[in-house]
Design a protein around this ligand. Sequence first.
Ligand code: GDP
Ligand code: MG
Length: 317
Amino acid sequence: MKFFKSSKNTEQERLESGLEQTRKGLFGKLGRLFKGKRKIDDDILDQIEEALVTSDVGINTTLEIIKRIQKRAAHDLYTSSEELQRLIHQEIRELLEQNQIDRPADFLTPLPQSPYVIMIVGVNGVGKTTTIGKLAWRYSEAGHSVLIGASDTFRAAAIEQLEVWANRAGAEIIKQKHGADPAAVAYDTVQSAMSRSSDVVIIDTAGRLHTKTGLMDELSKIKRVMGRQLTGAPHEVLLVLDATIGQNAVRQAQEFTRSVDVTGLIVTKLDGSAKGGIIIGISNEFKIPVKYIGIGEGIDDLQIFDRQRFVEALSVI
Ligand code: GDP
Ligand code: MG
């Protein structure tokens, strides 16, 4: 596992290598379908549909893409399979652009307010703690002071793990004992951030309690407590989703967005998984933007999600 910034490659190159498996999976399948084809017939449409669905694009989004291709195919004639492939890329890109929601601000952009409070939610193991480390590092590198709140008090190891990430990222951490009230930790963190004039606050949360209702209630309570202390806090609630679990990530997104006011999504583990197509469905169907993506375990493996760059990285042949 690498934790420190190690690669000299550009962000686009890193993205391309992170998405290698998805590219090979999804566009590899499509590429094979198109070999020797010049026309789009029902047979190839069925196969495109299957390739998209098995790459976790999601059924609704797949059907939208198919409809768009059908429309084009009705009046266009293709001279090569490359041209057919380009058409698919173009339709996917246009579909995503049609629903474009603002790209998140660059880390160097002045913060809308300070302290700027970000709460991270999601089920266990999706990559919350790792993502907090990466986010904190990005903000620190951009010159912001970062304070992390260890509100996942459910597991003792979670606090230690977060501490390790805070150190790596050059951020400070506010913690209490294992088992402490998560809302109290969040309260302490915001309080300290206000008195120290920290720029960014990032709150970690637990991903599992005895019951789902328990978890959602706890998250609401953490939110409420911070809001009473600092108007508008948390300014962002980011839901972390693990790309490798495919359609289960979509179900998690549905559940969390029903109970908590999620303002943005972070999709992790896009590297080493062929299921990156999931972002196409998620960012088309949820009216909540995918703000960041995780493409590795290193501290610099978090990127701002840019749809155009994403489709480009998927289309490198
Ligand atoms: P949490 O339970 O939600 O806090 O998840 P953790 O942050 O502890 O992460 C769970 C596992 O996922 C760890 O082994 C991380 O190294 C790994 N992980 C997190 N993000 C990524 C990513 O973008 N890519 C890869 N390959 N692994 C990741
Ligand atoms: Mg954690």
